[in-house]
Ligand binder design. Structure first.
Ligand SMILES: Cc1cc2nc3c(=O)[nH]c(=O)nc-3n(C[C@H](O)[C@H](O)[C@H](O)COP(=O)(O)OP(=O)(O)OC[C@H]3O[C@@H](n4cnc5c(N)ncnc54)[C@H](O)[C@@H]3O)c2cc1C
Length: 289
């Protein structure tokens, strides 16, 4: 199994923003047994473990990540549908599960069609868009650690806007069970197409990014606030406030994590000074400076 471990793996290759230093060890499991092997490997060597999915909500600092990064992505992706229940491993793409639901005339996941990343990240972030989020659909969350494993049933998986209890609990989520409802397939596809069109129109999908940089502060929208502060297109190094949607920071080529972090700080300070609004990053910032 050790031959599947990669040393000094550039996290810029494992994140949609395309920045970040190397992971000391990097591993892509293909099975539950692989995950257990990786956790034992790290445990025996006292290495910290970082779990990631598709890296679409991550900003990894330029110093990289010490210890072992376990990536649950397409090497461990499998889903089943029974009546209104979808059981899926966390490597499944969120958007693919939305399409799978539509294929079976199941409604409830239309909003997720254009959200990149996997189910593990979606559960961690309680990812959502427009009128939906994953939290209310969750019936089971299966998790493991080096020494334990378990299942949270619906009320035990607590969540709120872009928050879930996973952010406080160091476990690896391996599988989830979601409950949807029967719907009219034509209506489901119409809604999905409409939401996809809105994304293509409004979001800077032509450049690498990590999605919305900041959470939505109460009573405000981030993009318009940043635009009103005259920061549209403001650039530090290779990192730019998108000219299409100010809520996104895009990598215009050759950005470093330090460029992005400096830009984040500049936005936060400007918005605080001009509007007395505190912006909290939605993007998860990890790794060594
Ligand atoms: C263009 C673009 C548009 C986006 N639009 C949206 C949107 O509309 N709505 C929205 O909510 N998000 C959006 N995002 C952000 C992102 O796609 C979501 O947060 C997504 O759910 C993250 O999934 P991921 O697999 O990429 O997670 P990652 O970025 O790899 O990880 C995110 C966090 O989850 C943790 N994690 C991941 N997998 C596991 C696991 N199996 N067990 C335990 N912890 C885990 C990681 O440690 C990390 O802290 C967008 C991103 C981009 C680039």
């Amino acid at each position: 199994m050790e031959d599947k471990l990669q040393r000094d793996y550039p996290m810029s290759l494992a994140t949609s923003l395309g920045v970040g230093g190397p992971a000391e060890y990097f591993f892509r499991p293909s099975s539950a047994a692989d995950i257990q092997w990786a956790l034992s490997f790290a445990d025996e060597r006292n290495l910290p473990v970082t779990t990631i999915g598709y890296g679409t909500n991550l900003l990894v600092r330029d110093g990289g990540i010490r210890g072992l990064v376990i990536q649950l992505a397409d090497s461990i992706a499998h889903a089943d549908v029974h009546d209104t229940i979808i059981t899926a491993t966390c490597g499944c793409l969120y958007g693919s599960i939305s399409k799978l639901a539509a294929h079976h005339s199941l409604s409830g996941l239309e909003y997720a069609v254009g959200i990149p990343g996997g189910l593990g990240g979606a559960l961690f972030m309680n990812a959502g868009a427009y009128d939906g989020e994953i939290g209310p659909l969750v019936r089971e969350v299966h998790w493991v650690t080096a020494s334990d494993s378990g299942i949270w049933y619906a009320p035990d998986y607590t969540y709120s806007y872009r928050y879930s209890k996973l952010q406080e609990t160091p476990v690896i989520v391996t599988k989830t069970v979601l409950e949807l409802r029967h719907g009219d397939q034509t209506t489901i596809y119409e809604k999905m197409n409409d939401l996809q069109d809105q994304r293509r129109c409004r979001q800077p999908l032509e450049y690498p990014s990590a999605g919305s940089t900041f959470k939505r502060p109460k009573g405000h929208f981030v993009g318009p606030l940043i635009e009103e502060a005259q920061l549209k297109g403001f650039t530090i190094g290779g990192a730019q406030i998108s000219e299409k949607h100010c809520g996104f920071i895009v990598n215009r080529g050759g950005a470093t994590a330090s460029d992005v972090l400096r830009l984040i700080e500049h936005i936060q300070t400007t918005i605080q000074t001009k509007f007395s609004v505190e912006l909290q990053p939605e993007v998860r910032i990890i790794g060594l400076p």
